[in-house]
Design a protein around this ligand. Structure first.
Ligand SMILES: [Zn+2]
Ligand SMILES: [Zn+2]
Ligand SMILES: [Zn+2]
Length: 181
């Protein structure tokens, strides 16, 4: 077995000898820079060199600062495209959803969805066809009627049944719809 440890070419380019060394090691299922066996899952390095490489990369890439709190991300919190602490990311989503701008946008989107569906003869809450003359599908009509009855029983009813209908857009179903069309 080859015991010699591979050395880099002085100018940083691998020499013919080192390429031959790598090819030979690869064929034998060994690390491409030392005589240890390949790590499971790696085609290039042994466990030791894999870890060494990982540490080197970690040193080189430097800290990533969270875009919200400006503190560095922990090693376990880092990942491709990760720029926030998990906690900061969740907080940010909450803040965004509570902001007036977001709420306005959401209301506008819901309104546009309802208008679009009404024009197509679909339920204003979901992509199902409407019950003629009702503006919503059978399922949402039933929700509306249940809600109406519940409110009436509580004596909290003011205005028409239409106003008592649940507002809100089923975004999941909307996405499925747009993908299909
Ligand atoms: Zn190695
Ligand atoms: Zn943070
Ligand atoms: Zn519906």
């Amino acid at each position: 077995m080859q015991r010699k440890v591979h050395r880099r070419h002085p100018r940083g380019r691998p020499s013919g000898a080192s390429l031959r060394y790598q090819a030979r090691h690869k064929a034998m299922g060994l690390c491409s820079v030392c005589p240890r066996p390949l790590a499971g899952g790696s085609m290039v390095y042994c466990t030791w060199h894999l870890e060494k490489n990982r540490q080197r990369k970690r040193r080189l890439r430097g800290p990533i600062l969270c875009r919200r709190c400006r503190k560095p991300l922990r090693e376990s919190e880092r990942g491709p495209g990760r720029r926030y602490h998990p906690r900061c990311s969740r907080a940010l989503i909450g803040e965004r959803e509570r902001s007036p701008g977001y709420r306005r946008l959401h209301a506008e989107a819901a309104r546009a969805y309802q208008l679009r569906h009404a024009a197509q003869g679909l339920c204003t809450q979901c992509p199902r066809p409407v019950v003629p003359g009702k503006g919503v599908c059978r399922r949402h009509l039933r929700y509306r009627q249940e809600r109406y009855r519940r409110l009436k029983a509580l004596g909290k009813l003011s205005g028409s049944v239409r106003e008592a209908a649940p507002i809100g857009v089923n975004r999941q179903e909307e996405r499925v719809r747009t993908r299909r069309s």
